[in-house]
Design a protein around this ligand. Sequence first.
Ligand code: ADP
Ligand code: NA
Length: 355
Amino acid sequence: NAPKVVFSGIQPTGVPHLGNYLGALRQWRKLQDEAAPDDTLLYSIVDLHAITIKQDPSQLRQWRKEMLASLYAMGLNPDRAVIFCQSAVPQHAELMWILSCNASMGYLSRMTQWKSKLALPSNANPLDPSPANKAALKLGLFSYPVLQAADILLYGTTHVPVGEDQAQHLEFTRDIANGFNHLFAPSPSAPLLVSPQTILSPAKRVMSLTEPTKKMSKSAPDPRSRILITDSKEEITKKIKTALTDSTRGISYDRESRPGVSNLLDIMYYMDESVASSPEALAVEMKDVSLKALKEKVAETIENSIKDVREKYEAVMNEEDKHDGYLAKEAEEGATRASKLASLTVIKVKEAMGM
Ligand code: ADP
Ligand code: NA
């Protein structure tokens, strides 16, 4: 088996929620725990992505710290994975520029992510010169997928564990890699950039608790829409209790017609797969249970599964309070390692292009 290179990123936009946990971070930890000695794992706090939306500097500083603490609390270990902030490795922006010189505006304009960030209808054209769009759409937000492609391609990444919302960007990354190889690789058998595989976790898409037809997100305005991995037992219980469901009697699983109830079943099942053999089977087991009782079970399962993460988070933050800068120093070491690896690719790419 050829050595794996795993890369993934998360934005420092607040403590991770259950969508990040189930869709990405738990998978990051699993890959770390199962890694062979010559595999490489890189986990990045992608602050250059975060600034595609306006950020307050002191808030961003705090969020970077909280995200680092969250990754350590999840059990990600700097001795086994390269954990770093994206902005500390200049090659990300450098490779992005090079790739953007060969990236299609038309293809980018079909990406749905930034449309949802601008709250545009999914069929809207970003290049539409209407005044509202022109004012809202920044170049960085539009070209964000090119930066994401650079993040991944910099390290010869073979596997990218992400949630389903990122699948389209991974497709774009593969296209960029193939296009670049076609233009500049000395021969098809010696590609310069490696086309990566997507690894989707079983819980591909965790939905909002208050609007269960939308994905759970850090940027949704209602804080009751998401459970954070640092939420107390009381907060978890309260948020699950107020989660939007429906008035159909009994419990059944149907993501189309009962999105709220199905989301709760998904969350309970994926938080602890020992509760049943699938979310559907869990629904059958609980078919005569009241909604109130289901919600109690869901809250209890979440609490039992993330209690350790919350406690570890508090311990890490206490350590940081005692030794100010300890988190930043750890991340700097990660950035030094990442930068060494990244420069190998950038040198090769520039050389192939005549620079
Ligand atoms: P957010 O979308 O909340 O701002 P990020 O963009 O930083 O979070 O995403 C970090 C990781 O979490 C990505 O791999 C993304 O696919 C995953 N993710 C985010 N939200 C969800 C969700 N609701 N369900 C499953 N995975 C998710
Ligand atoms: Na996302």
